[in-house]
Design a protein around this ligand. Sequence first.
Ligand SMILES: [Zn+2]
Length: 95
Amino acid sequence: MRGECPKCKVNYIPEPGFYFGAMYVSYALGVVVFVTIWAGANWFFTDVSVWTQIIILTILIILLSPLIFALSKIIYANIFIHFDKNTSNRVEKDD
Ligand SMILES: [Zn+2]
């Protein structure tokens, strides 16, 4: 991960351990994936056993974990790091 934006020089790591908070976002995304797949499986395939659902969900959560990891950090960064138009313009003129 980059330390700062190459264009506007916004600091992507404001403090050590900043992205630990992203695990709450990751948890929320995991719940969304879980509920969506579980509800979909029960809605469209009514005779799927509980163990089949658990296996499918476990495999999907493992396969989607790199995506959930990246998305949670992106969402968390967008909550707390804001684009500063003035800083951006100043830096772009210096280039
Ligand atoms: Zn930028």
